[in-house]
Write a protein that binds this ligand. Sequence first.
Ligand SMILES: [Zn+2]
Length: 109
Amino acid sequence: MDKSKKIKYKLKKNDQVKIISGKNIGNTGRILKLDKEKGTVIIEGQNLVKKAMRQKKQTQKGGIVEIEAGIKISNVMLVCKKCGPTRIGFVIKDDKKSRICRKCREEIA
Ligand SMILES: [Zn+2]
């Protein structure tokens, strides 16, 4: 077994996802960042946490800012334009692997 082998994630940046667990349950948003090391995603406008920023430059304002904190990948589900939150499947077409919705078999861009 190759322990260094990375887990394959089905989600990608800019995917529309629904949060299915945690305090933001039911919310949807777009993936801004996928952190494969931590297994988390940053979703636009979701899971905001207050963070104290130190003033670095004269022009920069210090103080409290709200930033998006990571949400576990297992807590989000991809949203299909047709059927809503869905599981992702794969098909091989013309030697290319593409993602499909497991409900309507529609390709996910
Ligand atoms: Zn679908």
